[in-house]
Write a protein that binds this ligand. Structure first.
Ligand SMILES: [Zn+2]
Length: 454
């Protein structure tokens, strides 16, 4: 559920690279879908405030602004996602079995070895076959997941040709970046076959940082046009919010996400010098100004709280542990099944499907942990955004929009297992508590409240 270009890129790199980068990216996105039209005025809790303000009642009022049909629909969409997780996992396993069990992977390696004697080029040639073949085999599933299912729930603005075009671009990016990563990691595996998990983790992490750094400049523009947000009083407020919070943003960017999706979103992307805040045109055209400010406050929270850097530390830990598990289990499996699959040692590129499968198992089991890491950071950004933007009703409204694609009120365990962002109910509830605690004595809408000097 991160920036669209990444979902495009990542779907092409199932397994290893997917798990790594998805985590990084889920750290920096805030997506709300908007199928319904926005009412002309903000919902009741924002405009008719009574003292004492009852946060529980206001939360319920926001929830009641959604029809039972809308709730049922978004619950179905989101709960279907639990099954997608499972099917994605199963398909990744089947794919690995297909490549290994039929000896196809070994034949792909043999072909690469016949063409060149350079090891790095053999890796690249195998990678080329691997990325193309896996993209082709999983294309029907990708189409269901990314195109037909999105249309079924009214969340896509793309026709099939445009969707396919984005897929092709994603594949091209995967062929280049994925192959570069493979060449680097397999060079490390050949150098240190016993401790590759440690050094390889370093290489993988450097690669992820590189991808994050070039993202806003080279990757995102492949899929969408980014342009400075048109001048408006709202833009001035956003830039003021940035200055007030130490975000060095001289510019805020908008991008044309509406050509792909109905979802509202904004994200912080980039790394070191390339970091920037972008919001999509759906948010601009369909959100209240208070809502836009609330979302941008949240995004600035990611920036100020250094979530990109903290995310990289978490990813580093996850990769090291994951690679150690892969190294350990690869040696055992290859010892028993390697001959049948035509595999040599771990430095044999033909073993890539096994490495990807093992890492996928690890990532699948770890899902609640990675979700909880990102959900915790999202909650931090929420708290920051509420304090910075001071738009609790704008924030609650954003959560209502978001609820159209994310289940509004899950059970506590369900939220821990499956939610990489706090649930809508949680976000609205936090916003209403903030409002109750920050309400000025005068019964004014929150967006009109002027903070008193300390
Ligand atoms: Zn966020």
């Amino acid at each position: 559920m991160s920036a669209l270009y990444l979902s495009q890129v990542l779907r092409r790199q199932r397994g290893l690279i997917l798990l790594l980068s998805a985590l990084l990216l889920s750290v920096s996105s805030f997506i709300a879908s908007a199928q319904s039209t926005i009412p002309d005025t903000p919902p009741a809790p924002g405009s008719a405030v009574s003292i004492p303000f009852n946060a529980e009642a206001a939360t319920e009022t926001y929830l009641a602004s959604l029809s039972p049909e809308a709730r049922a629909r978004s619950d179905a969409y989101f709960e279907g996602g639990y099954w997608l997780l499972f099917w994605d996992f199963l398909i990744a396993m089947l794919l690995a079995w297909l490549l290994l069990g039929t000896g196809l992977s070994a034949r792909m390696r043999n072909l690469a070895e016949r063409i060149t004697r350079f090891k790095w080029l053999q890796t690249a040639l195998y990678g080329l076959q691997y990325f193309l073949l896996t993209a082709l085999i999983t294309l029907p599933w990708s189409a269901y997941e990314g195109y037909f299912r999105e249309h079924q729930y009214g969340m896509s603005n793309q026709d099939l040709a445009a969707w396919f075009g984005d897929e092709a671009k994603g594949l091209a990016v995967a062929l280049i970046l994925g192959n570069l990563a493979l060449i680097a990691i397999y060079a490390v595996i050949r150098k240190t076959p016993r401790n590759w998990w440690l050094w390889g983790s370093g290489v993988a992490l450097v690669f992820i940082m590189f991808q994050a750094a070039i993202g806003p400049v080279f990757l995102e523009p492949i899929f969408n046009k980014f342009y400075p947000l048109a001048d408006s009083p709202l833009k001035q407020e956003i830039l003021s919010l940035a200055r007030a919070n130490g975000v060095p943003a001289a510019e805020v960017y908008e991008f044309d996400a509406s050509k792909q999706t109905t979802k509202m979103s904004a994200h912080v992307s980039g790394f070191l010098g390339s970091a920037r805040i972008s919001l999509n045109d759906n948010l601009m055209t369909r959100g209240y100004p208070a809502e836009v400010k609330a979302v941008l406050g949240h995004e600035m929270g990611h920036y100020v709280l250094n979530h990109i850097y903290k995310g990289i530390v978490f990813i580093g830990l996850i990769i090291v542990i994951g690679f150690a598990f892969v190294s350990w289990s690869f040696d055992r499996l290859a010892a028993s099944l390697g001959r049948r699959w035509g595999l040599r040692r771990v430095d044999d590129i033909a073993g890539l499907p096994l490495i990807v499968a093992l890492f996928t198992v690890y990532g699948f089991v770890l899902t609640p942990v990675t979700n909880s890491i990102t959900r915790t950071m999202e909650a931090e950004a929420d708290a920051f955004g509420l304090n910075a933007a001071r738009e609790p009703d704008g924030f609650a409204q954003a959560a209502v929009h978001l609820s159209e694609y994310r289940k509004m009120k899950p059970g506590a365990i369900e939220e821990v297992l499956f939610f990489d962002h706090p649930s809508g109910w949680n976000r609205i509830h936090r916003a209403m508590i903030w409002k109750a605690e920050n309400l000025a004595p005068a019964a004014e809408p929150a967006s009109a409240v002027t903070p008193s000097p300390p």
